[in-house]
Ligand binder design. Structure first.
Ligand SMILES: [Zn+2]
Length: 155
């Protein structure tokens, strides 16, 4: 398997447990976000399912978030442009619905697209992070959206 075909980018794992789990799934050829695998391999339930996307909470919520959802396409794609414009419209509607549930919290979205070796992602299957932000977080919420720069790369 070439690096471009991998399901997981192990160096992007944020904990040892997460990395070990990703290694297991990669070896088994299981994409955790594909609909046929998500129920068995992702701990959080599907909270909403539309024509193009489903919504679940992140099994590994980022520190400092008040809530951390993942909006995931049913199709295994790695880039947003592989989906039709109608999926974009549905994504907007889902974001609006989540925002209404979470009000008055502020929200932010991050969607890495394309080659996960370069966009900071850990799972090849496209997903939009949707986080809610409360005042006075325990930690600043940070999303890495590149590979490690020379300032952080292990030597
Ligand atoms: Zn997938």
């Amino acid at each position: 398997m070439s690096d471009a075909e991998r399901l997981y980018h192990l160096d992007a794992a944020r904990t040892a447990d997460q990395r070990a789990y990703m290694e297991q799934l990669e070896a088994a050829g299981v994409c955790v976000f594909c609909p046929e695998h998500v129920a068995a391999h992702h701990r959080e339930p599907i909270e909403l399912s539309g024509e193009h996307w489903y919504v679940t909470k992140n099994d590994y919520p980022y520190a400092g978030t008040a809530a951390h959802y993942l909006i995931v396409p049913h199709r295994h794609v790695t880039s947003f442009e592989e989906l039709p414009d109608a999926a974009g419209a549905e994504l907007w509607a889902i974001k609006r619905r989540l925002r209404e549930q979470l009000a008055p919290l502020a929200t932010a979205t991050v969607e890495r697209s394309g080659d996960m070796r370069f966009n900071g992602g850990s799972v090849a299957h496209l997903h939009t992070h949707f986080v809610a932000l409360a005042p006075g977080p325990e930690k600043t919420v940070r999303f890495k959206v590149s590979e490690l720069g020379a300032d952080e790369a292990p030597r």
